[in-house]
Every structure is written in C-alpha cells, then in structure tokens.
Design a protein around this ligand. Structure first.
Ligand SMILES: Nc1ncnc2c1ncn2[C@@H]1O[C@H](COP(=O)(O)OP(=O)(O)O)[C@@H](O)[C@H]1O
Ligand SMILES: [Mg+2]
Length: 256
C-alpha cells in the first residue's frame, strides 16, 4: 500500500541554527504514530514544515504521492491535512460556533465582491456553513457550547473545540501538537478516549507530538524519537520504552 505521508531527508535551518537533519517518516493510512523528544528537539518544526508554515531547507514531504514542500497552509489544508497547536489557537473574541465557521471559509466559493454586496450566492453559502458548523458541534457533543467564548471554557474543553475545528475541514491526516499539555489527570484520560473515538469514527491517520508518555504509549502503535533535530529511534511503545539511547536522551528531561 502506498504511504499516506512520506518524509524523506527532511532538513531545516533557521539562519545558522540547524533545527532538523535528515528526518524520515512513513505513515500508512490509518496509522496512529507518535513523535517525541526532549524540549527543543525540533518536533514542532517538523509539524510546521508539514503544514506549510515553513519551507524545508532540504528533503521531500509527500502526501498520497504528491510533493507538498512549497505549498501554503491553505493549500495544505486542501490536501486534507489538519492540525492543532502546542498553545491552543482559538479566537477568544468569537463564539465556539464562529470559530468553527471561520475555518470553513477556507473553502468558500465566492469572491470579496459577493461578500460585499451580500449576493444570493453569499447568503446561501453562509447558511450552509452555519448549518454544517452546527452539525459538527453536534457530532462532537459540543452543541451546548456554541454561543460560549473559548476563554471562558476549561482548558480540556478548549482542546476539544480546537480538535473539532481542525476536523471541520475533513482532513484525513490529523497532526496534534502536544494535545495533553496543561490538562489535569482526569482530562488526560478523557483526551485519550476522545482521540481513540476520533480515530475509530473518522478513519483518520493521526500523528501526534506529546510529552505525556501515558498518552503516547496508550495511543500510538509506532513512535519516532528525535533529539537535537536528529532521529534516534523508531519503534513500538515497548521498544521505545526500553531503548537505551532514548532513556539517555530523556535523562534530565523527566521520566519516560
Ligand atoms: N521560527 C524559528 N526561528 C528560529 N528558531 C526556531 C524557530 N522555531 C523553532 N526554532 C528553534 O528550533 C529548535 C526546535 O524547536 P521546536 O521545533 O519548537 O522544538 P520542540 O517542539 O521539539 O520543543 C529550537 O532550538 C528552537 O529555538
Ligand atoms: Mg514543540
């Protein structure tokens, strides 16, 4: 079977800083894979490259056989890749419903003139977006929160809203950057169930960065470890847990 995501020789420099060197990844459709490593290892940079925020210095990023290296974030979204951010990025001054609606504007079928003159096409499309945003909230059991502002919601719920928003563009590859960061123990257990449910329900390929080992070890079938921008291991949870080089990389950075 062709790989869903294939990354070859990914290398990135920020000016004089060598952030990533020769990273290789191959995810099959439906995989749940993890990307771990100490702080500053380059994990978020990998996701920023895949989602089009930066253009790699070297290497190839292929999705379903198409090279996406030079694509912009909205083009990557159209390639059915969704993501969440290490620090939740919801618009706090907009309701939960509007947060979902605005992300769907990526797919709008009208121009600025249509919006300005509020043409029939514009009104139809807006009504369609509102309807599908409400439907999405329903699917994710978030309907009661449609008119709330994210800043007033508990962190764990904000995370769910952010994940739902990423899924509103119907991606088939979902990148989660530290989804459990800042959550309480109870919320972490809920998040694990939630991600399981999303994977089973929508048949997505999921790739996640996470510091909380319980989350990674429970959800991921395969895990890649990077340190100082280089791969040091790829393996099953058990192989990673017992890998001496991984243990060494994590000494001083919490337990594994
Ligand atoms: N936009 C940027 N400009 C310059 N340096 C950056 C930028 N983004 C990340 N870095 C640096 O790249 C390295 C990897 O960062 P990051 O990918 O955020 O690590 P991680 O997510 O593993 O903690 C760090 O040294 C960080 O300071
Ligand atoms: Mg990071």
């Amino acid at each position: 079977m062709k790989n869903h995501l294939e990354i070859k020789g990914l290398t990135h420099r920020f000016g004089g800083l060598q952030a990533l060197t020769d990273i290789n990844v191959a995810l099959k459709k439906g995989d749940i894979a993890g990307l771990i490593g100490p702080n500053g290892a380059g994990k978020t940079t990998v996701f920023n490259l895949v989602s089009g925020f930066y253009i790699p210095s070297q290497g190839d990023i292929m999705v379903g056989g198409v090279r996406i290296n030079a694509m912009k974030p909205h083009q990557i979204a159209a390639m059915k890749i969704g993501r969440t951010f290490q620090n939740i990025r919801l618009w706090n001054e907009m309701t939960v419903l509007d947060n979902i609606r605005i992300s769907q504007h990526y797919q709008l079928g009208y121009g600025a003139a249509d919006a300005f003159f509020r043409t029939r096409r514009y009104r139809d499309r807006e009504a369609e977006i509102t309807r599908s945003a409400r439907e999405l909230l329903e699917v994710f059991h978030l309907s009661d929160l449609a008119e709330e502002y994210p800043k007033n919601l508990p962190y764990g719920i904000q995370r769910r809203v952010e994940i739902a928003r990423a899924l509103s563009l119907q991606p088939d590859l979902l990148l989660l950057d530290e989804p459990a960061a800042g959550l309480s123990t109870a919320d972490v257990a809920g998040l694990i169930d939630y991600i399981h449910w999303i994977h089973d329900t929508f048949h997505l390929t999921i790739w996640m960065i996470e510091h909380q080992m319980e989350v990674i070890m429970t959800l991921c079938r395969r895990i890649q470890v990077i340190d100082f921008g280089k791969e040091i291991a790829w393996g099953s949870p058990e192989e990673i847990r017992t890998n001496p080089e991984v243990i060494r990389a994590y000494l001083g950075d919490g337990e594994i």
